[in-house]
Design a protein around this ligand. Sequence first.
Ligand SMILES: Cc1cc2nc3c(=O)[nH]c(=O)nc-3n(C[C@H](O)[C@H](O)[C@H](O)COP(=O)(O)O)c2cc1C
Length: 245
Amino acid sequence: MTRSTAGAALAGLAAGALITLLLWAWSADHLPWVSAESQPEYGTDTSTRRAVLQTIRHRRTVRRYAPDPVPRDDLVAILDAARYAPTAGNQQPWKFLVVQSRATLDRLKDHALTWYTERIRQSGEVRAQELETVRARVKEALDGALSAPVYVAVLVDTEASYPSYVVHDGTLAAGTLMIAARALGYGTGFFTSFFPDRQMKQFFGIPERYSLICFTPIGVPDAWPETPPKKELADLVVYESFGRS
Ligand SMILES: Cc1cc2nc3c(=O)[nH]c(=O)nc-3n(C[C@H](O)[C@H](O)[C@H](O)COP(=O)(O)O)c2cc1C
């Protein structure tokens, strides 16, 4: 196949996927409605609604954990919440790899230290004589980052029906998981840089078709961090148009 025919075939596939997605969205819109009253836990209880907003606001990235275990019921409730995240065409391309073995996490720590310091060395950004200091700092960060009792590698299936949307789906699932964990009193983190896709796949024997979105701890924080500075809402919101209508 020439490059142009391959390009045309790919464009055809993408267009095909888009049409299927549109058809799916249309048919989903014609599913039978359920009444608001049939969802009693999400009724008119304003304190519940405010609690949800508080949970979202108080979710924090936690980089050091207390040794307290996460009961299985809590873990299952958190994972179960994640699968209700929005997903393109309802494809749900998620796989949640749960890691709880301390021996495995300690081994991962050693590997991550090697991957990360090697990447820094190869980048040439740090002088050779500074590498040991950098390595000590990375080790300290990893000691904290990997101190939780539970980790979830949020993965997505790149062979799902709408592959161009799987990263969006995966990120939304991770976000939902983190908010659910916060609701139950746990810290989390959207950890990426210490845990590169290729090395994590090799370490955990993850099949090639999956892509790693993030590696998130779940645990009781050693201490809740302060909220980092957040931009003002007024700086983020534009109503109606940027100037032209
Ligand atoms: C795409 C993405 C990548 C991130 N990667 C990392 C990471 O590798 N290590 C880390 O400690 N935090 C990581 N974070 C967490 C952010 O640093 C954190 O969300 C941000 O500082 C705001 O803090 P908060 O989550 O407590 O509001 C990442 C977050 C996102 C969304």
